[in-house]
Write a protein that binds this ligand. Sequence first.
Ligand SMILES: *Cc1c(COP(=O)(O)O)cnc(C)c1O
Length: 421
Amino acid sequence: MEHSDNGFFNQYGGKYVAEVLRRPLDELEIAFESAMKDESFLQELKTIQRDYIGRETPLLYAEQASKILGGAQIYIKMEGLANTGAHKINNAIGQCLLAKRMGKKRIIAETGAGQHGLATAAACAKLGLDCTVYMGEVDVRRQQPNVAAMEIYGAKVHPVTSGSRTLKDAVNEAMRDWAANPDTTHYVLGSALGPAPFPDIVREFQSVIGKEVEKQAAERHLDIEALIACVGGGSNSIGFFSPFIDKKTPRLIGVEAGGIGSGIGENAARMTGSASRTGIMQGYKSRFLLDDDGQALPTRSISAGLDYCGIGPQLAALGKSGRIEFTVARDEEALNAVKFFAKNEGVLFALESAHAGAEAIRLAPTLPKEKAIIVNMSGRGDKDIFITCPVFRPAEWKQFLLSELKRLDNAQDIHDTEVMK
Ligand SMILES: *Cc1c(COP(=O)(O)O)cnc(C)c1O
């Protein structure tokens, strides 16, 4: 089940959208299929992946971590070294290049925590495209560093004031914009979900991760027991797993956000949680965290990227079939994994990726030394300092923020500086 069957992955997927969105989705599907057969498009994609994103990303042998845990050898796929700091750029660049090929000069995107918006803004800057990012007003307020970065890349951030003013409202607003401007505009959806053909497109552009891993592991003759990835919408995991899906081995392990516990509203465990249900939302059928009336339930995770009530349809199908095993890691385990790999490998995991790291820490000691497990570090943790520092060093961090505020109040010179516009 490496590809969808007419937009479906067994019973999940589909294209449940208003009539006005059918034409742009159908056009996108045709354009995508033709681009993926066009040697010059594939060459252009390869060149920009190499020179702009910085591919291929390394496969790091975590030698000390493996020794300490005393079992299987741990390898880390270093997606966090991709330009802009995470795997999201793989999809953003791919879709923006596709939009250009379709003759579209305007890009829109939705963003929650701001990571996908940031990647799309950077890709648009690189490719000379106009960029508008829809973001819930609540998220705009709490994710200022990413909002600032998007604007520095030249994107317009459009605060969404409807509904709960968070990610799902931003998606609705982006869909509305696309329905109104299909001829000029491409909608870059950020994860392996949404209506067909997005799950296939996003997986394809992220599959570069898995293809590199396959080659890197073969060069080193690794006996891979398992691949481990964190699962938000599912883009880094499905791209990483993609070349292995139709094989029997290795084990594929998806790690969801366990948050602070197993109760409703305490996690984002769409596959293993007690409120996991099949539903249709935002254009696709999949597993969601829903109440008895089919309304989306609140979710919780220390990592903004895993904090979502839905999961990509292909992940849901592969979870049901048993090809992908799902587990959860709680906030505390993710924080411990950040510390463990920072201290023992000099690698700072993003909080999302640290959920996969936590599973590796649990699994490695149960396996023989000849086996390898590969963890996808989907992003690096620099972006998380506003979350990790208040946990790791609360008093010092508070003191720092207070002194920064004072510095801003006093620094007339900052206000007076003429910035080149
Ligand atoms: C957004 C994000 C994720 C979760 O999204 P997926 O689509 O599930 O990959 C994971 N890791 C990082 C670093 C992210 O920014």
